[in-house]
Design a protein around this ligand. Structure first.
Ligand code: CP
Ligand code: NVA
Length: 309
């Protein structure tokens, strides 16, 4: 059966831990023995981008090249999709040429359709609902800094968006304690919270959804935020700024409640001075550049897991 990763719900906890372990060893290996390998010799990844991307596009393409494969960038406007060809027929067609699809879409239903109608594996490179590759990189970064995942206190402050949803799924699977603070009306989806709560109970960890950011960051080992205006929400800019700012900003006042050695994560791109101040993002607690680099390493591990011999 083909292996699709549409959210972290598609990976068991032991599979996530194995991926992180492999990503660490690949990171080490590529630093010490150079960039070329034959893990994915001749394999081709088709990358569909309905939305802009810096990190996802470059890290996936670089990963394929460094593993001996190839990536084709299929921007939405270059595909017949932009002229109304259906997602179903696009999926059937692309499956005839390449070995795997990574897609970034507006509507999560589109990636579900790609998955259903393609005969090759599909990875979600971000949809309105989930961002699994990002959270794998976040987990690797947390493990590098904190040397463990189970029992870590993670606070997510801001919009209950795609990043927040997959953080809930990933952290609860691994026995991490997660507190999410969003304005009322911007919470993560109920059904995701329900799944995460069940996982948390099973793994003896805690999960809290609160509108009070201070309550969320008390004793945090990790503070995570993301833009308040995700791609596709630009028309809500003014109304969202009034709701989120300044209460849901990660700044010097808020971090006082976290542990002294907490780390700060942000998937990027960041709106400095909005969801986070420059003092925090450039400050001593920030691990954002390790986090961004780790996209490359976890995706290599994921590509090898799915495409490798
Ligand atoms: N974090 C992330 O997915 O970045 P891009 O939007 O630049 O790919
Ligand atoms: N939540 C953001 C993440 C960007 C990587 C968005 O969807 O735009």
């Amino acid at each position: 059966m083909k292996e699709d990763i549409l959210s972290l719900q598609d990976l068991r906890s032991d599979q996530i831990l194995a991926l992180l372990d492999h990503a660490s060893s690949l990171k080490n290996q590529f630093t010490t023995v150079g960039a070329n390998s034959k893990y994915l010799n001749g394999k081709i990844l088709g990358m569909i981008f309905q939305k802009p991307s810096t990190r996802t596009r470059i890290s996936f393409e670089t990963a394929m090249l460094q593993l001996g494969g190839h990536a084709i960038n299929l921007s939405f406007s270059d595909l017949q999709l932009s002229r109304g060809e259906s997602v179903e027929d696009t999926a059937r067609t692309i499956s005839l040429y390449v070995d795997m699809i990574m897609a970034r879409v507006y509507d999560h239903k589109d990636i579900e359709k790609l998955s259903e109608y393609s005969t090759i594996p599909v990875i979600n490179g971000l949809s309105d609902l989930f961002h699994p590759c990002q959270i794998l990189a976040d987990l690797l970064t947390i493990h590098e800094y904190k040397k463990k995942l189970k029992g870590i206190n993670l606070a997510f402050i801001g919009d209950g968006n795609n990043v927040c949803n997959d953080l809930l799924l990933g952290c609860s699977k691994l026995g991490m304690n997660i507190r999410v603070s969003t304005p009322i009306g911007f919470e993560p989806m109920d059904w995701v919270v329900d799944i995460a709560r069940t996982s948390s109970r099973k793994n003896e960890s805690t999960l809290l959804i609160t509108s009070d950011p201070t309550e969320a960051v008390i004793d945090a080992d990790v503070i995570v935020t993301d833009t308040h205006i995700s791609i596709g929400k630009e028309t809500e800019l003014d109304s969202r700024e009034k709701i989120f700012f300044p209460k849901y900003q990660v700044n010097d006042d808020l971090i006082k409640y976290a542990k002294k050695d907490f780390i700060f994560l942000h998937c990027l791109p960041a709106k400095r001075g909005k969801e986070v101040t420059s003092q925090i993002i450039d400050g001593p607690h920030s691990a954002i550049w390790s986090e961004a680099e780790n996209r490359l390493h976890v995706q290599k591990a994921l590509l090898i897991k799915i495409l490798g011999d």
